[in-house]
Design a protein around this ligand. Structure first.
Ligand SMILES: Cc1cc2nc3c(=O)[nH]c(=O)nc-3n(C[C@H](O)[C@H](O)[C@H](O)COP(=O)(O)OP(=O)(O)OC[C@H]3O[C@@H](n4cnc5c(N)ncnc54)[C@H](O)[C@@H]3O)c2cc1C
Ligand code: SF4
Length: 562
């Protein structure tokens, strides 16, 4: 057993953990990052830039590999170029009392390597909705509390976006937006004219359109529009932990990063009332180790952080550290989705675009803002885009010779697609807990998911499809296809909750500083801390809360309070 002293232990190196490490290291704290995944260093992305004919299966994945990743294989980025960035489901099982799709990363950098880069601020309404409609617990934080931390994180990440002045989707510190293409510009005019409450704006994505000094210093340069991002990008042109936060932490000389380290438990000392460190298993040797630190930051991702906390049992906390009132594992949420529509755009056959733009269009929430919808609470936004059908039909199409080659080289019709992402309600009964007897091969108790949507989400998803169809009709599209079928929780990969922030220890796990009510040197700053889910993609908000919590922990440590 080793016994090393650090100032801070950060569990997980994904979107939240790597940013916590950067902030602590830059403040001079000796920081240990423990990461379950394999080491992936920036610019050592093994499938980057490879053509299909350089891949053993031409980009497809044989069934035997899919069997080992029977959950991960469903995620839309899964293929032979990316599958090594996703976990092996056979080695990392969990139990679904009710269906929950748990997508997980297999590497240092976590899901930041494979994320979709859509980055939006939450609005005032998002932090007030729980109080206004009485679902879930009231956030102890409002937009004004987090605004300065968005201001801090966004320039480091590098987010391209347009300034729109919308209250429902606050503007941030942006790089120039990726432009709309010709079809999208025309659709914007038609949709905004027909529906004045709906705004059609360039997606805000974490891509460097105009790199700044702090990006260039880290070797990050302008996006080349190759759209092969989930393989990893040596240009560092999209934000990932690997390309940005981890190198920033590393250059301070204050970070120790240990990969293949499965953290199983936060250790607790009853006499001092403090977390003393963590216990982890070296996944290669199977050896169990303990490390100690003044402060512990949990950033292992929403469900995984809660799993570790539930497994951190002591005489004081037999149901998991800091969990005196059965709040840990409650209010687990994800965005609801599955609603939307697509259609063919007539014309524009002389219009082309160059490159593969890594962002499209966003239509911010327009339901339940100034008037009540009546059939459901909260709202949803659409991620959308217009593109021309390419040559992919030829993969299975028949043909040979000159005429066939010419046909393949011609782009097809334009299509426009809209996908809805909705705000599900926080529900006490939607929970995760540890299986009483089953463990994984490293001895970690399995997680059980018991989460489901209700009528509010079903009504919202139906409305997504209705409004998508009405907007496509208004824009004059043809062959409109309405999407049916609600995706199960986890499917949006925006899972949140389980260790929520709130006003009291009886109803919530964390206080307004992401600090455990009962254990003051224990913080949770990934999505587990969230008391509701908004309808926008959450990762930039995880980072903003992380930055704020690090600042607070720093002050507390300096004052000797933790
Ligand atoms: C395909 C895809 C598209 C997405 N698109 C978007 C998007 O457009 N916008 C957006 O905002 N979000 C998007 N997301 C979600 C986004 O990736 C997550 O919200 C974000 O990565 C969560 O950050 P995190 O730090 O909580 O977790 P992660 O990034 O998953 O990092 C957690 C880390 O902790 C490690 N870990 C887990 N358990 C342990 C343990 N026991 N011990 C040690 N380490 C552990 C994991 O291996 C991982 O590296 C997308 C996700 C996917 C998969
Ligand atoms: S689109 Fe931009 S960020 Fe993505 S792989 Fe290409 S250069 Fe990198």
């Amino acid at each position: 057993m080793s016994n090393t002293e650090y100032d801070v232990i950060v569990v997980g190196s994904g979107m939240s953990g790597a940013y916590a490490a950067k902030e602590f290291c830059e403040k001079g704290y000796k920081t240990l990052v423990l990461e379950r995944g394999e080491m992936v260093k920036h610019r050592q992305y093994k499938t980057e830039g490879k053509a299909p004919w350089q891949m053993p299966f031409r980009g497809d994945v044989p069934e035997e590999f899919k069997a080992e990743q029977h959950i991960q294989k469903e995620v839309y980025i899964y293929n032979d170029y990316t599958r090594h960035h996703l976990i092996n489901d056979k080695d990392h099982p969990y139990e679904q009392k009710r269906p929950f799709i748990w997508y997980r990363s297999a590497t240092v950098g976590g899901k930041s390597l494979i994320w979709g880069r859509q980055s939006y601020r939450w609005s005032k309404l998002d932090f007030e909705s729980n109080k206004l409609d009485g679902n879930g617990i009231d956030w102890p934080v409002r937009y004004e509390d987090i605004e300065p931390w968005y201001d801090r994180v966004e320039p480091f990440v590098g987010i391209s976006g347009s300034y729109e002045g919308l209250e429902v989707l606050p503007d941030g510190k942006f790089l120039p937006a990726l432009p709309l293409n010709v079809v999208e510009r025309d659709m914007k005019k038609k949709i905004e004219k027909t529906f004045p409450d709906r705004h059609f704006i360039p997606a805000r994505v974490a891509h460097l359109t105009q790199p700044q000094k702090q990006h260039l210093e880290l070797g990050r340069v302008q996006c080349q529009a190759r759209s092969e991002c989930p393989r990893g990008c040596s240009f560092g042109a999209y934000y990932s932990s690997n390309s940005a936060a981890l190198p920033a932490a590393e250059r301070t000389g204050n970070m120790t990063l240990v990969a293949n380290a499965q953290v199983q438990e936060v250790l607790y000392d009853h006499a001092s009332g403090r977390a003393t460190g963590v216990a982890y298993v070296d996944m290669r040797s199977g050896e169990r180790k303990q490390v100690s630190a003044r402060t512990v930051f949990m950033c292992a991702s929403t469900l995984a952080s809660v799993q570790i906390l539930l497994n951190s049992k002591s005489e004081t906390f037999p149901e998991g550290i800091g969990n005196r009132f059965d709040v840990l594992g409650r209010y687990v949420m994800d965005h609801c989705g599955g609603g939307g529509a697509s259609g063919m755009v007539p014309g524009y056959l002389e219009d082309y675009y160059k490159g593969r733009r890594p962002g499209g269009v966003y239509i911010p929430r327009f339901r339940n803002i100034n008037s009540k919808h009546g059939k459901f609470e909260r709202g949803y936004g659409f991620q959308c885009g217009a593109s021309r059908a390419g040559w992919h039909w030829a993969k299975t199409g028949k043909g040979i010779g000159k005429a066939f080659k010419e046909k393949v080289s011609q782009p097809g019709n334009w299509y426009f697609t809209m996908w809805g992402f909705g705000e599900s309600l926080p529900r006490y009964e939607n929970r995760i807990y540890l299986h009483p007897s089953k463990k994984d091969k490293w001895g970690m108790p399995l997680l059980v998911t018991d989460v489901a949507y209700g009528e509010n989400e079903s009504a919202m998803v139906r409305d997504m499809s209705d409004t998508a169809v009405e907007m496509l009709e208004a824009a004059g599209l043809q062959n409109i296809r309405r999407f049916e079928g609600e995706a199960p929780p986890g499917g949006a990969i925006h899972e949140m909750g389980g260790a929520c922030m709130g006003h009291s220890v009886e109803t919530s796990y964390l206080n307004k500083w992401n600090q455990c009510h009962d254990v003051k040197n224990l913080f949770v700053t990934d999505g587990a801390a969230f008391s509701s889910v908004s309808c926008v993609n959450p990762s930039i908000t995880f980072m903003a809360f992380t930055a704020r919590a690090v600042d607070y922990a720093d002050q507390q440590m300096q004052q000797g309070l933790i």
